[in-house]
Design a protein around this ligand. Structure first.
Ligand code: NAG
Length: 292
């Protein structure tokens, strides 16, 4: 059983996507997925596209579609390379989204439906009175064993479920010492009051669902399907593993409040991820300094 948790929302953006953190690896190519020479001729571009298709196991229905995708790919690569020349603090790369236009990307992956009303189960903020001098300089909940492996929502606007589950996994690990992956699929299938499965949702509704329904099954007992199912369909025999008694929203536009909350537990967030830069975000990196 876990205690209440806190939730921050960035309400300015309507369409958001929750993402994992990408870690830059040890050479330029492995981060960005191309080299400057690949841009030197059409033959090289075709070769690069074929390699990318194989790596991401892409297959298209027709030759026409493949030609069209090649054009999109080249346009994206042009954008990626341009930004990598201009910007020094982060990298863009040829990831699995490189054959999608930004419009297609947004339609397939974004999924936060921000609601006008805040739905915190109380208006209080439990860390209000924490004094700034009691806060640590930094906290990494991964190192403290409160964060499960990076998960991939795939082609389903279910970021709201992943964001919710990560916060519940975190507080459960802190309270019980048991880090257990929990079921996003259960939220997608069952938390339908205010949420719309793969068509988006909001963490507040999902927290309410968990608190009122007796909790969530583990990821293993109710695995992810990347599509909407009926509640309970995908579930194995085990009973619900973890629940919460409630949740709070971190006060809006208040960095101190967010720091106070984060010092005590992982916080559920959604970030604005609809931009083309974000579509190809590959990491920020200390190897930047080593780039010639
Ligand atoms: C952790 O929690 C899971 C889910 O309830 C349970 O299956 C597992 O046995 C627990 N592990 C330990 C070490 O208590």
């Amino acid at each position: 059983m876990a205690s209440p948790r806190h939730l921050m929302k960035l309400s300015a953006a309507l369409l958001l996507l929750c993402v994992g953190v990408c870690v830059a690896r040890n050479s330029d190519f492995s981060i960005v997925g191309y080299s400057e020479e690949d841009l030197s001729s059409n033959d090289r571009l075709v070769e690069l596209f074929e390699k990318w298709l194989a790596k991401h196991q892409k297959a298209y229905a027709s030759f026409e579609e493949k030609l069209h995708k090649f054009e999109v790919f080249k346009d994206n690569l042009k954008h990626i390379d341009k930004i990598n020349r201009e910007v020094t603090s982060y990298w863009l790369g040829l990831n699995e989204f490189a054959d999608l236009t930004n419009v297609e990307f947004k339609a397939a992956y974004l999924g936060l439906n921000a609601a006008p009303a805040r739905r915190g189960s109380s208006r209080s903020f439990r860390y209000e009175d924490v004094s700034a001098s009691d806060l640590p300089k930094s906290v990494d909940w991964r190192k403290k064993g409160a964060v499960t492996e990076v998960k991939n929502q795939g082609q389903c606007g279910s970021c709201w479920a992943f964001s919710t589950v990560a916060a519940v996994e975190g507080i459960n690990a802190i309270v019980t010492g048991n880090l257990t992956a929990l079921s996003e699929q259960e939220l997608i299938d069952c938390s339908v009051d205010g949420n719309s499965g793969c068509n988006g949702g909001l963490m507040d509704y999902a927290f309410s669902y968990i608190a009122s329904s007796g909790g969530l099954h583990t990821e293993e007992a109710y695995p992810y399907l990347m599509e909407e199912g009926s509640c309970g369909d995908g579930k194995k025999a085990e009973s619900k593993a973890v629940t919460i008694s409630g949740f709070e929203d971190v006060p809006a536009n208040d960095e101190q409040a967010l720091i106070k909350a984060l010092a005590h537990q992982p916080v559920s967030v959604a970030i604005e991820a609809s931009g083309r830069h974000f579509q190809f975000y590959s990491g920020f990196s200390t190897v930047l300094a080593a780039r010639s």
